[in-house]
Design a protein around this ligand. Structure first.
Ligand SMILES: [Zn+2]
Length: 344
């Protein structure tokens, strides 16, 4: 029996007081007198418990998953809003809530941290929050936003030295990063329908163009949402890499880049598992997230991705074990250590 580990979950169901506090914070950017203090936000353990028990934990039990790697709501990161101080206070609040959930439900939730990124600000300013989340909260990974501007792409590519302070810490702590954008403030890009998938695809192409893993051979990136357009256009990416005189993708990027299974239909999951090696695929659902409805053609929730893995005719039982547990523990060594310590 495998542990079913969902490596991509966000706290999308946090008590409403969180959103109200954030709205006040945003109002405080223009009117400093209205700026709330972090201590003004009060959410009890009972409220946290209820928000999880009636939502994520209920669905995990119904669908049969055991552990969710749990990070702050991605669309709420909104790094484009305000300056570094605004992002810093907001990230600290959101990370603390995910940590508290992980202490209330230690068997089911493990924290992943968001970073206090801000457009035009040196990423090294994120290090204190990152260190706190690893050392004090037990975070096993981070979410790294390749576009803190929210759809205007004003930061250098992920292979640029601009990002190296984060990568140095990731290497030091054996911490993988999910490449995850936030809300789009560019009307051309719908947040979850376009911006997320664009970013997944864009990040992968940046990694092909650069040679980042020569500098950081142990770095691990998880590209969510099934890798955006990457699996579908695998031939294009291989061909482009060849024309750029890059090594084969197997060695150039595929020891360091992984894809999750947040693909919401059977043919999509089947394509992912036909194209991408099993060792590079990690189970995830991103529930309760972007797509919350029921597919009328199947009668099941679109984001009940375990069903697609179970129904796969491409994957063997051992492949499924790797996707549910083995690969996740390999890519998230701190999770693996935590699970081993639990079983002692
Ligand atoms: Zn997400």
């Amino acid at each position: 029996m495998s542990l079913i580990i969902d490596c991509h979950g966000h706290y999308t169901t946090a008590p409403k007081a969180l959103e109200a506090w954030r709205n006040q914070q945003i109002a405080g950017i223009k009117d400093p007198a209205a700026m709330p203090r972090a201590a003004d936000l009060k959410i009890s353990d009972d409220e946290l418990r209820e928000s999880i028990e009636t939502n994520q934990l209920r669905l995990m039990k119904e669908r049969g998953s055991d552990i969710t790697l749990f990070s702050p709501r991605a669309s709420f990161m909104a790094h484009h809003i305000g300056d570094f101080n605004v992002s810093s206070t907001w990230a600290a609040i959101c990370n603390e809530l995910c940590y508290r959930v992980s202490t209330l439900f230690p068997d089911n939730f493990v924290p992943v941290a968001m970073l206090p990124q801000s457009p035009g600000v040196d990423p090294k300013t994120c290090i204190p929050e990152l260190e706190k989340c690893v050392k004090e909260y037990g975070a096993v990974g981070i979410n790294l936003n390749p576009d803190p501007s929210g759809g205007h792409w004003t930061s250098p590519p992920l292979t640029d030295r601009h990002w190296y302070p984060i990568y140095e810490k990731m290497a030091e702590y054996d911490l993988p990063a999910m490449i995850h954008v936030s809300t789009s403030c560019n009307a051309c890009f719908h947040t979850t329908g376009a911006h997320y998938l664009n970013a997944d695809t864009t990040a992968f192409m940046q990694l092909i163009q650069g040679d980042l893993f020569k500098d950081f051979p142990t770095l691990k990136f998880l590209i969510p949402h099934g890798g955006g357009a990457v699996p579908y256009h695998w031939g294009r990416f291989r061909g482009l890499a060849q024309e750029m005189k890059k090594p084969l993708l197997d060695t150039h990027v595929m020891n360091n880049v992984f894809f999750d299974t947040c693909v919401y239909h059977q043919p999509g999951i089947d394509l992912l598992n036909t194209v991408i090696p099993v060792k590079n695929v990690l189970f995830a659902s991103e529930m309760i997230g972007a797509v919350r409805g029921i597919d009328p053609t199947t009668g099941n929730y679109y984001d009940d991705t375990k069903r697609y893995i179970e129904a796969s005719k491409i994957l063997s039982a051992e492949d499924k074990h790797q996707i549910y547990e083995g690969n996740v523990r390999r890519v998230f060594p701190r999770l693996d250590a935590r699970l081993k310590a639990r079983n002692k």
